[in-house]
Design a protein around this ligand. Structure first.
Ligand code: IPE
Ligand code: IPE
Ligand code: MG
Length: 258
């Protein structure tokens, strides 16, 4: 049985339906969603979680109406502008993953600045996935590996080497993925990194996902038996015998198994 998760990833879905149920424009739902990001980030840092990765905007979300896209971009910029001082004060380190080249230059430079200003922080590692797609991440990593090893063939590429070129190279894989909003799909989020992640789906819309709901998800996680392909008996023995090798799933060394 697990005691805690060090890396939680969240697909923050349901802002639009939250607003619709209240006869309000979708953008109001996004504003409430952004306010909830502030709340949950603060709570996660206070409870000592090491890594929190939030899906804020997918590579497919450009397909939404232009006014909704620009409202989301505006909220992202506003979030960076209002939160970095607080992140510095409480020790949160911010990273942004995704193809940021598609963003307005002002947003790009604000992202760079926020990352630099929080780079020395040692509290919660907050990662915002923006213009992120799991397929993009894997393809980009393969190309980066090839560029770094021009003399080698793709036959030499293994899971460990590829994971070192993903946008999440500095992060352990998430042990727990939460999706709010009632859908049970990954929607092109962390495809490679969730190979053995526990998946938790809740009908709560993102603006309603509060600290108690996060606690409930973490408790659910703590009750999972993580077998990584083994039998229950092996897992029980592995927790008693320290030399049992861990399977190579591209999982980095600092991740606790079981
Ligand atoms: C999640 O909420 C926010 C983003 C995808 C940016 P949605 O906007 O997808 O909300 P629903 O799914 O329409 O309710
Ligand atoms: C996933 O939500 C992306 C984010 C939460 C940022 P979507 O609402 O875009 O997902 P689909 O399109 O319903 O799968
Ligand atoms: Mg949605």
């Amino acid at each position: 049985m697990n005691t805690y998760a060090q890396h939680v990833a969240i697909i923050m879905d349901g802002n639009g339906r939250w607003a619709k149920q209240r006869l309000m424009p979708r953008t109001v739902g996004h504003a409430r969603g952004a306010a909830n990001v502030r709340h949950i980030v603060k709570a996660a840092n206070a409870m000592g979680l090491r890594y929190l990765t939030l899906f804020a905007f997918s590579s497919e979300n450009w397909l939404r109406p232009p006014d909704e896209v620009s409202a989301l971009m505006g909220l992202f910029l506003q979030y960076l502008e209002s939160e970095v001082a607080e992140m510095k004060a409480v020790g949160i380190r911010l990273r942004v993953i995704g193809d940021r080249s598609a963003f307005a230059p002002m947003l790009q430079s604000r992202i760079d600045q926020a990352e630099q200003e929080t780079a020395e922080n040692t509290g919660l590692n907050l990662t915002i996935a923006a213009n992120y797609g799991g397929q993009w991440d894997v393809l980009t990593a393969m190309r980066a590996w090839q560029a770094a090893h021009p003399d080698r063939s793709l036959q030499d590429l293994d899971a460990q080497a590829l994971s070192l070129h993903l946008s999440t190279a500095d992060l352990p894989d998430p042990e727990l993925l939460i999706r709010t909003g009632g859908e049970s799909r990954i929607s092109n989020f962390l495809l490679w990194q969730t190979a053995y992640t526990e998946l938790y789906f809740t009908d709560l819309h993102w603006p309603d996902f509060d600290t108690a709901a996060l606690g409930k998800a973490l408790t659910w996680y703590a009750q999972r038996v993580r077998r990584f392909g083994r039998t229950d008996e092996q897992v029980l023995n592995a927790s008693a015998v320290s030399h049992v090798p861990t399977p190579d799933l591209g999982i980095k060394k600092d991740v606790k198994i079981g």
